[in-house]
Each structure stands twice: as structure tokens, then as C-alpha cells.
Ligand binder design. Structure first.
Ligand SMILES: Nc1ncnc2c1ncn2[C@@H]1O[C@H](COP(=O)(O)OP(=O)(O)OP(=O)(O)O)[C@@H](O)[C@H]1O
Ligand SMILES: [Mg+2]
Length: 243
């Protein structure tokens, strides 16, 4: 939605692990109220890109900007806590809930840097996801796969982020639960947050996305609206299972 305000700008980022360069100059943008999906083959650097945006890896070159007080500001030197404070939130690909803590305690953890307003946020998450309220005192380990993802999203929403980064939200779920995860994503999007996600279920993800990017071997390969990427025959045969 290029007529709205840009909130994230990743410009020519080079990043990786120590000496190993994985991203060779990747650029992406997210605008206010958008859902943006990144697709690409296994190992192409999607999670590396998400970790770099969330400050868990430092880019060796390039810039990452985020909107702070209405101004795009370079954030690549910010640590995780500061990124959370300015309105970024991240749900990693795996291990994204604390299994031995109760659902309520997991939600409290989402607010650990700021206790003010915590009760109100917990209640609004219970309203959005009634099953979390029903099971609030149970350990998270007792949730189903789909419910666990719900809890992970809810925890990431506790501080009312501007942008939530989801790495493979439907990974590891039974096929019949995948649709419910996308429904959950639509629900949190409707509550006003922008979403940047990585997804293996590329078709389902692009269907609910305003725009998408194709990454391959650590480089941008294509970008377009979700609809156009779905219609693109070359993209479909290479990255969408050929159908
Ligand atoms: N901690 C690490 N140390 C060194 N190399 C790593 C590390 N984590 C990932 N890599 C390598 O970086 C490359 C990109 O990995 P990344 O996890 O970003 O891929 P991905 O696109 O998210 O893949 P997938 O679809 O399987 O989740 C891979 O070759 C991987 O082996
Ligand atoms: Mg990954």
C-alpha cells in the first residue's frame, strides 16, 4: 500500500554468521497497515533477514530504518529491548512460548519491559483469543499446536507493536490447522498492526498479503502485490509448487 506511510525500510543489507555471509544486499519495505510476506527456498536466508531486522544479528553493511515519532530512523545499532520499545515485535520460527509457564505468565513475559498497562493488554488478548482465557492457568505445554501459535502471537502483541515479524507461523502444524493460523493473522492485522512474515505455505500467505518478496540465495529475486505474485507463472513454477 504505497499510498500509506512507510514504517520499515531495509536497504541493501549484508548479514550472516561471523565470516559466513548469507544476505548479499537485501532490500525490503513495509508500509503502515500492510501484510508483507517473504517467500523463498529453504536456507535462502529468510530467518537470517528476520533476525537481522530484530537486532539479533548485526548487518555488516546496509541500513535498517524504522519509523520513530513519525520519522524514519536508522535502527541497526539498537538492541532488542530498544526495538521492542519503539514498536517492533518478533515471533521466532520455533521455541516461541515458555512451555512450563502458564498462559497468563507467558502473556506477562510479553510485557516484561513495561508493566504499566499489562492487565489491560492481557484482557484485550483474552478478548481476541477466548481460548487463552479459558486455559489461562494451564501450562502452555498443554496447548495444541494452533493454540500455541495463538499464544505466541498474543505475547508479541502485548506491548501494542506497530510491526510484528512472524517467522513461519504455520510451520509444523497439521494441514487442517494452517487455515486457522492465517485466520488468526488476519485477526491481529485487523486490530491495527502491520505484519511482516516468512511463510512456506506461500500461496495461503500471499493470498492474505498486500505485497510479497521472493528471496533466493540471499538476494531479492522478485517483488509485487500478493495477487500478482500468485498469478506469475515463473514464480509459481519455481516457488509455489508449480501449480
Ligand atoms: N547460527 C548459524 N550459524 C551459521 N550458519 C547459519 C546459522 N543459522 C543459519 N545458518 C545458515 O544460513 C543459511 C540461511 O539460513 P536461514 O535460517 O536464514 O534460512 P531460511 O530461508 O530461513 O530457511 P528455512 O526455510 O529452512 O527456514 C543456511 O545456509 C543456514 O545453514
Ligand atoms: Mg527459516
Amino acid at each position: 500500500m504505497k499510498n500509506s506511510k512507510k514504517i520499515l525500510n531495509v536497504d541493501n543489507v549484508i548479514s550472516g554468521y561471523g565470516e559466513i555471509q548469507i544476505l548479499h544486499g537485501v532490500s525490503i519495505e513495509v508500509y503502515e497497515k500492510e501484510i508483507v510476506t517473504i517467500i523463498g527456498p529453504n536456507g535462502c536466508g529468510k530467518s537470517t533477514l528476520m533476525k537481522t531486522i530484530f537486532g539479533l544479528l548485526k548487518p555488516t553493511s546496509g541500513a535498517i530504518e524504522f519509523i520513530i515519532d513519525n520519522k524514519m530512523t536508522e535502527i541497526q545499532s539498537y538492541d532488542t529491548e530498544n526495538l521492542i520499545k519503539i514498536g517492533l515485535s518478533y515471533v521466532p520460527q520455533s521455541d516461541n512460548v515458555f512451555p512450563s509457564l502458564s498462559i497468563r505468565e507467558n502473556l506477562e513475559m510479553g510485557s516484561f519491559i513495561k508493566e504499566e498497562g499489562m492487565e489491560e493488554s492481557i484482557n484485550s488478548m483474552y478478548e481476541l483469543f477466548p481460548v487463552l482465557h479459558e486455559k489461562r492457568n494451564d501450562p502452555a505445554s498443554q496447548l495444541s499446536g494452533g493454540q500455541r501459535q495463538m499464544l505466541a502471537f498474543a505475547r508479541a502483541m502485548m506491548l501494542k507493536p506497530k510491526l510484528i515479524i512472524l517467522d513461519e507461523p504455520s510451520a509444523g502444524l497439521a494441514p487442517n490447522l494452517v487455515a486457522s493460523v492465517f485466520d488468526t493473522i488476519k485477526k491481529i492485522h485487523k486490530s491495527g498492526v502491520s505484519i511482516l512474515m516468512v511463510e512456506q505455505n506461500a500461496k495461503a500467505a500471499l493470498e492474505i498479503s498486500n505485497r510479497g518478496y521472493v528471496l533466493a540465495t540471499g538476494e531479492n529475486k522478485a517483488t509485487d502485490t500478493g495477487k500478482n505474485l500468485l498469478k506469475n507463472k515463473e514464480i509459481a513454477s519455481l516457488y509455489l509448487g508449480g501449480k
